[in-house]
Design a protein. Structure first.
Length: 280
């Protein structure tokens, strides 16, 4: 049996069952469902080995799976690692992709500025004179809760990016999105330089909470990635490698160690108690 059956048992008997009780009731429930489905198939005229059905919960089959897994391990095809997975806060369990159903909803979006750590390097990348105001990479996201765990920014090496002078400082945006972004920000601005995304790789930007709490005094490097597009947003993607597979692969491929990836959200959906500013 699997998670759907365990959910059905919890609806019938509550969540306070012991492990043995849960397994026994799940096995009984699965047996009832098998009998019902078998009767339905017979009525439909489906031919099968009904007296000897294959059941994944059969102890003999379970033992066979373990023996097969042992052989896979012995041949060196299994290793222990980490990667983001789908997770259910309610069940406290990881989920397979086929268990995920997407519901259309309206999400609140935010634009966030990351201040450039080295304006001189940024000016050189854009081939312009030294800047007379702070410069910021601007990201757009529907998942504000991932911002505290940000560890990188992604820029498309093949897109053109603009350095835009505004009353809020210089903003870095995909060139094709400048007009749309300024309208969203309710700002006037002037493009003073453009550069290919490739030229911006390796720049560093301050975490947006850098000056708010000492726990965020770190820099987010720019990693080049094709999945940063100019279809929407700003053309720059903020990367929290613990919470997205693309982000994870991008950061790891650029040398980030798995043990250095920040993962502040716990299995119950709340930030870890000791996490700066948002703990608990």
């Amino acid at each position: 049996h699997g998670l759907p059956i365990e959910n059905a048992i919890e609806k019938l008997y509550g969540r306070n069952l012991s492990r043995d009780e849960m397994q026994a009731k799940s096995r009984a429930f699965a047996t009832e469902q098998i009998a019902q489905q078998m009767a339905d198939f017979k009525r439909l005229g489906v031919l099968g080995e009904w007296d000897n059905p294959y059941k994944t919960m059969n102890p003999r089959n379970e033992a066979g799976e373990i023996r097969a897994f042992k052989r896979v391990i012995e041949r060196g095809f299994v290793y222990r690692g980490l990667k983001p997975v789908y997770w259910c806060f309610d069940c406290g369990s990881s989920l397979a992709e086929f268990e995920i159903e997407y519901q259309d909803k309206k999400s609140t979006t935010i634009d966030v500025m990351f201040e450039c750590a080295d304006p001189g390097q940024l000016a050189a990348a854009f081939g312009t004179a030294p800047l007379d105001a702070p410069a910021f990479a601007v990201i757009w996201t529907t998942t504000a809760w991932t911002i505290p765990a940000n560890q990188a920014l992604n820029i498309n090496p093949h897109l053109n990016y603009a350095l835009v002078k505004t009353p809020r400082g210089y903003l870095i945006l995909a060139e094709s999105l400048v007009e749309k972004c300024l309208a969203r920000f309710k700002l006037e601005g002037e493009v003073v330089a453009t550069a290919r995304g490739q030229a911006l790789g390796g720049l560093h930007f301050k975490h947006p909470l850098y000056d708010v709490d000492a726990g965020y005094r770190r820099f987010s490097p720019v990693f080049l990635a094709d999945y940063a597009t100019d279809e929407d947003g700003t053309g720059i993607v903020h990367s929290s490698p613990a919470y997205g597979l693309d982000d994870f692969h991008s950061c790891v491929s650029h040398g980030m160690k798995v043990e250095d990836i920040l993962n502040p959200v716990q299995g119950n959906g709340s930030y870890a108690a000791d996490f700066p500013l948002f703990g608990g």
